[in-house]
Design a protein around this ligand. Structure first.
Ligand SMILES: Cc1ncc(COP(=O)(O)O)c(C=O)c1O
Length: 482
């Protein structure tokens, strides 16, 4: 995004696109939202989209497409095998990443399934800077376990460190020696990170971490699902990178890894995924898993229309005007909330603004899911749907005890090119109101608790009548209709 300077107005982020198609939104009255929240079992995944004003659940598969992406969808080549749409995507990926071998998959977690199935044996360790829910679930499903070695500053909420997603290099080497290289399935670098506030990883850190792994003969894997944000942060924050084109930075990163996988529900602005494999033999060793789990090797469970859109979306992800939009809106939101005294993760990262529920609801024990409760409060007071990223998103320990998350966050995702600045101001306003009334918010408990990925389908209830009291206070300030 170019730095458009204002003459009189304060500096604000600027959209470098215009709206061509819109979707009408509904704002239900607070009393009805209370009913909908109860019907959804105090789980924002269970709400219906029609009952939501600001859907900030995720940036996955809900980014706005460009006219060029939509136009490309029209030329999709429908074929079970040998679709030209796939070969166009493959050529684009090769051009951008310098890796010709591509396994298509329907989304990011499908890539994770294939990688875990191929590389992880019972008792194996996978080392990462930080886990993502589905990545970890697939690794543990096949009997492996995860070691997370993000630098300790990555878990500090308030900071001005530019790359809080960096892996601790000393801990990485010590971990490899403790585990022995033979027991390490691979190193997975998530760049940028999801569960710790969309924080980026520096190029220097990725280079050093992959160098260590090369020394020990360990396979290196890049989760590039949030790479478009990370590219932006490397370009603006990392020393020596300002003059390099985004494409060059992208290629420098790609050159470090043996395998790169992505959710193109994020990276590519459409719906799909892919695994890029540098080594031909390694590629063939995974090939059979694609038709088994996904679909034939030239569509991998994706619609060919989406494949065409991804191909254009990947090109757009190399454009600084385009990839700046998300991080700059998030930065604006985080800065204003911080000025209001609302505990937020700083500095602003990619993906979304993250509220620190540990501090905001310090009176709610972690076993009562403070981040889950705050997520529900934001729907009740503003019809904003965020996502819990804390203990509720964890799975229980083998003995049934809670695995308490290292951070209790509410993520307010900014799907790319979707929301305007006035909608962002509305969100900031309602978050501030909820923060000022935080004493009214209590905890949650499970009524139905699934064994895996419980945050998707679990049913909860409030531990007291706090939702009713909160809604009454909200109506007293805003009237019954909002
Ligand atoms: C870093 C990261 N990896 C993997 C995934 C999984 O991708 P998908 O939702 O397409 O399955 C996500 C999704 O949010 C993610 O953020």
């Amino acid at each position: 995004m170019p730095q458009i300077k204002f003459y009189k107005h304060e500096q604000i982020p600027m959209e470098m696109h215009k709206v061509k198609i819109v979707q009408q939104l509904n704002l239900l009255p607070a009393d009805q939202r209370l009913e909908k929240m109860k019907e959804a079992g105090f789980n924002t995944f269970q709400l219906h989209n029609i009952d939501i004003f600001m859907d900030m659940l995720t940036d996955s598969g809900v980014n706005a497409m460009s006219d060029e992406m939509q136009a490309a969808m029209l030329r999709a080549d429908d074929a079970y095998a040998g679709s030209e749409s796939f070969f166009r995507m493959q050529r684009k990926l090769d051009e951008l990443f310098g890796i010709p071998y591509c396994l298509p998959a329907h989304q990011g977690r499908a890539c994770e399934n294939i990688l875990a199935t191929r590389f992880v044996k019972p008792g194996n360790c996978v080392i990462m800077n930080y886990h993502f829910t589905t990545a970890k679930a697939h690794i543990t499903r096949v009997g492996g376990y995860v070691e997370e070695l993000v630098k300790k500053e990555g878990l500090e909420t308030h900071s001005d460190l530019p790359f809080k997603g960096d892996i601790d290099l000393e801990a990485l080497e010590a971990c490899i020696q403790k585990e022995t290289p033979e027991n390490v399935s691979f190193l997975r670098i998530e760049s940028g990170t999801n569960l710790i506030g969309g924080q980026p990883v520096s190029y220097a850190n990725m280079k050093a971490a992959t160098d260590i792994c090369k020394k020990y003969g360990i396979v290196t894997v890049l989760d590039a699902s949030l790479l478009q944000d990370n590219l932006y942060f490397i370009k603006v924050r990392e020393e020596g990178m300002q003059d390099k084109p985004v494409r060059e930075i992208n290629r420098m990163i790609a050159d470090l890894f043996d395998i790169i996988y992505m959710s193109s529900r994020k990276f590519g602005f459409a719906r799909g995924g892919a695994i890029l494999v540098r080594d031909e033999e390694m590629f063939h060793s995974m090939e059979d898993l694609v038709p088994m789990y996904e679909g034939f090797l030239t569509y991998g469970g994706m619609s060919v229309k989406e494949i065409e859109a991804i191909t254009v979306g990947l090109d757009e992800s190399m454009d600084m005007d385009i990839i700046s939009q998300g991080p700059q809106f998030i930065d604006y939101c985080v800065r204003v909330l911080d000025d209001y005294g609302v505990p937020v993760i700083t500095p602003g990262g990619g993906l979304g603004a993250h509220l620190d529920a540990t501090e905001i609801l310090s009176h709610v024990p972690q076993e009562e899911y403070p981040a889950g409760a705050l997520t529900c409060a934001l729907y009740l007071c503003g019809s904003i749907r965020g996502m819990e990223r804390g203990t509720l998103s964890e799975e229980r320990n083998a003995d049934g005890s809670e695995r308490l998350a290292s951070m209790e966050l509410v993520r307010l995702a900014f799907p790319r090119r979707v929301f305007t600045l006035s909608q962002t101001e509305y969100v900031i306003d309602r978050v501030k109101w909820v923060y000022d009334h935080r004493d009214l918010i209590g905890g949650l408990r499970f009524v139905h608790e699934p064994a895996t990925l419980r945050f998707f389908t679990g049913i909860l209830e409030a531990t007291s009548d706090w939702p009713e009291k909160l809604v009454e206070a909200y109506k007293a300030d805003f009237g019954p209709d909002q």
